[in-house]
Design a protein around this ligand. Sequence first.
Ligand SMILES: Nc1ncnc2c1ncn2[C@@H]1O[C@H](COP(=O)(O)OP(=O)(O)O)[C@@H](O)[C@H]1O
Ligand SMILES: [Mg+2]
Length: 364
Amino acid sequence: MTPSESYISIRNVGKKFGDFEAIESISMDIREGEFFSLLGASGCGKTTLLRMLAGFETPTRGDILIDGQQMNDVPPFERPVNMVFQSYAIFPHMNVRDNIGYGLRRLKLPRAKRNDMIDEMLELVQLQGYGDRRSDALSGGQRQRIALARALILKPKVLLLDEPLGALDKRLREQMQVELRRLQRSVGITFVFVTHDQEEALTLSDRIAVMSGGKVLQVDTPDGLYERPRTREVAGFIGSMNFIEGKVLSRVNGHATLGLSAFGEIQVDAKQIGFVEGEAVPLAIRPEKIELLKEPSEGAVPGSLELKSYHGERSYFQVRVDGCDDLVSVSTQNAGRAKLRALEEGAAVWLKWRDDAFIVLDKN
Ligand SMILES: Nc1ncnc2c1ncn2[C@@H]1O[C@H](COP(=O)(O)OP(=O)(O)O)[C@@H](O)[C@H]1O
Ligand SMILES: [Mg+2]
């Protein structure tokens, strides 16, 4: 990304709490208007990074710039950001309008102007008609909308959202995801969104930073993370994945031949491979990129079906292949596949793939 495309620039930012290094050294750039997510397991440093963007924590080292302006010494209330928390932090005894308008009070706006702004927000988060209700009389989803409206009414350039949907049950969360995406599109501001839920991150984001242990492992589009994870850790974190080790047998004319023991040989583009002959190559392949057959076929590897599970739209099959320690996970769409679904556990099956379905991971 060129410096002019970067709206939020995080440069070698680290954070220590005493001796404990919560963030090691993170550098990344976020574009204006982007829906950007920080994704990672609990404790990996997502909230700490978000709080440094908000100004609630001071980096131990490094710089944060927003819209070209150095933020290090700018206090939270002077930063062009606002934050939404998982616990909505709205005032239960106040009605919806007063909650949404809370941040406007110190701006000393004329009453009519303030009311117009609140009306606009009520419409934006689809709470028209709820303005005079007490906030504690509303559902979790509605309260989260109030929290969003209260943050957005101040027209921040950046909205920071720390697991804002985490307290909602699955159905409501899915509804609010759609809502949040629509909201972000219609206001056009930059969202930095924290979640530990990979599906949520994939559905909502323009780009995602996958974090682990205070580090960023990979920053990419949802598609890029799914199709081209660079490391085993990222590949295992997003969706399900089979891991297989290959060995470089030869490199000729831009192609490398890899030996996969029980799985035969595959050809890959040698450019992807920084490996030399004889070296081990970590590979990964998605369950849906493997074809499951009931009959032998040229190039197909034989195995036996150990387990199958039905997931509505798809079925998952765990296949034992001789000479391979791990079961191979295969998934197929159910529509039009009645014969595969009818396979009994213990049945003989064959597996087939295209060579380019394999992802070559980085050496560790
Ligand atoms: N104020 C603090 N003092 C000491 N340790 C902290 C503090 N805040 C966070 N940590 C530690 O830093 C790590 C990252 O925390 P956090 O950013 O909250 O992770 P996440 O939001 O990804 O779950 C955790 O190990 C946490 O215990
Ligand atoms: Mg957190």
